[in-house]
Every structure is written in C-alpha cells, then in structure tokens.
Design a protein around this ligand. Structure first.
Ligand code: TXA
Ligand code: MG
Length: 351
C-alpha cells in the first residue's frame, strides 16, 4: 500500500487535507493523526471491520479494547448506557484533554471495538487536528497509540512512519506532541472511580473534582505480579519496550550514577553498545556509553515528553543495554515510572 503522508499546521489547518483524511476514515480506512498525548491510529469506531484493520496493522491482541475519540459531550448519550455523575464531573473538568473515561457501553458500540467488554473507553482530545478530524468525519474515531504493539508510543510522525509506512492509508504529520504519555484512564462505572492508567491528569487533580479515587492494584505494583490482573486489558502486556535490555537504577543520585558508570564500563568491555538515559542535571557525570538527556528534573513534563522518543532513539542506534535513572513516584512521575517499569519488564536495581 502507498501511504499518503500529509503535513498539517495545527495553528492553520488546511481543510482540504483534513477532508481527505475524513473521507479515508468514512470509507473504512486507517489514518494516523496527532493528539496532545501521543499519535493515534484512527478508524471508524462504530464499524467493526474498520477497527479490525487497526488490530491487524498493530499486531494487537483482539481482547485489548480501543478508545473512542469524540468532539462533543452529546456523543456520550449515543455511546454510553448511563453517565454516572462522577463521569460527567470529570468530563466537564478535563475535556477536551488527556483523560479517558470508562463507561458502560450502549448497544451502538460494537464488541469488536471494546474487545468483548460491556464497557467503553471514551476520550475527547484537545489537539486541534484531532478535533477537526473527528468533527469533519462525523465519526467517533477509535484510536490506539499509533505504534506496532509492544513498541514505544509515537510522539512524532517520524515514529509512525517508522512503524506503519506502506501499511496504513494515511499519516498526518502535525509535529511533536505536547504531553508525550498516553491519557490517564479512569473507570467511572464503580461508586469509587478507579485509575487504570496514570497520566498527565494526576490522582490529586481527579480527587479535587470528585473526592475519593482509587488506583487499580496493577498500576502501582513495582514488581510484576502475574496474579494481579489489570482492569485495562492493555496494561498486562509487555509494552513500550525498546529492543535493548532496559534496567532502571533507583537510589540516591550519587549511587545511581556510580552504579551506571560501573555497569556501562563492564558491558562495553564485553563489546556491547550501551545507552544511558540521563537528565540535564546528571548528563555530564556519565563517563562512557551513548548518553542522552531525557529532560530536566526541575520540570517533569519535559521528561514525560522525552521518554518514548529516547527509547526509540536507542533502538535506532542499536543499543544492546540501556540504563536509566528512576523518577519520583508521585504526580506526573508516577505515570513516567509506570511506563518505564513496563518498558524495563520491571527490572529495577536498587543502589
Ligand atoms: O492518549 C491516549 O489515550 C492515546 C491517544 C491516541 O488517544 N490512545 C491510547 O490508546 O493510548 P491505547 O489503545 O494504546 O491504550 C488504550 C488503553 C489500553 O490499555 C486498553 O486496554 C484500555 O485503554 N481500555 C480501552 N477500553 C477499555 C475498557 N473498556 N476497559 C478497560 N480498559 C480499557
Ligand atoms: Mg498503546
């Protein structure tokens, strides 16, 4: 297949290009597009055949449900069986934005989109290109992150091109995303809502709106416990993983740097290529290996934004081993560590 790649300026959206993408979606095709979190791989969410194509293209297990992207609150009436008050409050507080809510689904939503579940994940993205595409197409767009299953999520069109050129109909290049981590997922079907995936919208921000909120047990686990089944089916798979063997070093900063310097020398002596994920604050303290800074600890949002890209960069450079510092486990750091732990297959060294 010849994949059409179109660059669209999000501050001055070319309507002809958006219409072309909308038409591809209406015809049952696949279009990758930017959102504020990561790039999504979109298809008509109410067309079972179209969402089937998403699963095929990504190599995604069919029990892993898709998020439906909407552009206005009216859509909830059509897509959900009921809208609990907590859901409405959160939607009003954070939509459009990086929050996905889980509701009981209406009969309009096909099981092929929800992976056989009676619930449906819904998000109203804030990215102008995503919003325009949803509105223009007149559809609810089912869109997982636009990466081959298991690979780091894409934060630039180049990452999508790497994974899907020649495989999908169209890719919209809208530049680098803003946030860089996938949306926070909150299940509002239970009396006390449950966070199934941490993200930019933190537990603190959520509880300010609705009071009590819980974490799904699998989210906070620092070791992989196979007896805990995550409520978001996608969270059980090995994820975000670079090709190299990733290890997280946790402890005080001096110890971490010392340990990474030692292991790096050891591996390089044995002929391996080693990548190091540093921060602006520690970059100069690493002695060998391919050292890259992910962002500054003074502003965790820079780290969130850089994470998936740096993992992909080490892939392109053929790193056999990647060693990374760890990040704080509160607020946005919680989402960063959640992704990092999965990418590392839960391999942490405490130093
Ligand atoms: O930021 C995002 O959410 C991005 C952009 C493109 O919107 N999308 C995204 O989709 O991250 P995906 O498919 O990569 O992750 C969706 C997650 C999966 O872990 C899936 O299992 C979970 O949402 N999920 C979807 N529907 C669900 C449901 N009904 N119940 C529980 N979890 C659900
Ligand atoms: Mg994904």
């Amino acid at each position: 297949m010849n994949t059409r790649i179109v660059t669209i300026d999000s501050s001055n959206i070319n309507q002809t290009d958006i219409e072309e993408a909308a038409e591809v979606l209406r015809k049952g095709g696949l279009v990758a597009f930017p959102t504020e979190t990561v790039y999504g791989l979109g298809a008509d969410g109410l067309d079972g055949n179209a969402s089937k194509k998403i699963y095929e293209a990504k190599g995604r297990p069919s029990d892993n449900p898709l998020i439906l992207h909407i552009a206005d609150l009216e859509a909830l009436k059509e897509l959900t069986a009921d809208c609990p008050e907590n859901g409405i409050k959160l939607a009003k507080a954070f939509w459009p934005g990086p929050l996905t809510l889980i509701f009981n689904k209406s009969s309009k939503v096909p099981y092929s989109t929800t992976g056989g579940l009676d619930t449906v994940a819904i998000r109203m993205p804030s990215h102008p290109i995503a919003r325009e595409l949803i509105k223009r197409s007149g559809l609810y767009i089912a869109a997982p992150s636009a990466n081959i299953s298991g690979r780091p999520s894409p934060t630039r069109a180049a990452h999508v091109i790497e994974d899907f050129n020649g495989i999908i109909d169209m890719i919209i290049d809208g530049g680098m995303v803003e946030i860089g981590l996938e949306s926070t997922i909150v299940d509002v079907t239970s009396a006390v809502p449950v966070i199934l995936r941490p993200g930019y919208i933190t537990a603190g921000m959520i509880s300010e709106i609705i009071g009590e909120v819980e974490f799904d047990k699998a989210v906070l686990a620092k070791v992989q416990d196979l007896s805990i089944k995550p409520k978001a089916p996608g969270m059980k798979y090995k994820h975000y993983a670079p090709k190299g063997d990733l290890t997280i070093y946790e402890g005080n900063s001096d110890n971490v740097i010392r340990a990474i310097n030692i292991i790096t020398k050891e591996k390089m002596k044995s002929g391996f290529k080693v990548g190091i994920i540093a921060t602006d604050e520690t970059y100069a303290l690493y002695e060998e290996g391919i050292v890259k800074t992910i962002g500054t600890r003074k502003d965790e949002s820079t780290i969130a934004r850089g994470l998936f890209e740096i993992l992909r960069e080490f892939d392109s450079e053929g790193a056999d081993y990647i060693f990374t510092e760890s990040f704080d486990n509160n607020q946005l750091g919680q989402a960063i560590m959640n992704r990092l732990l999965k990418a590392a297959g839960y391999h942490i060294e405490k130093v």
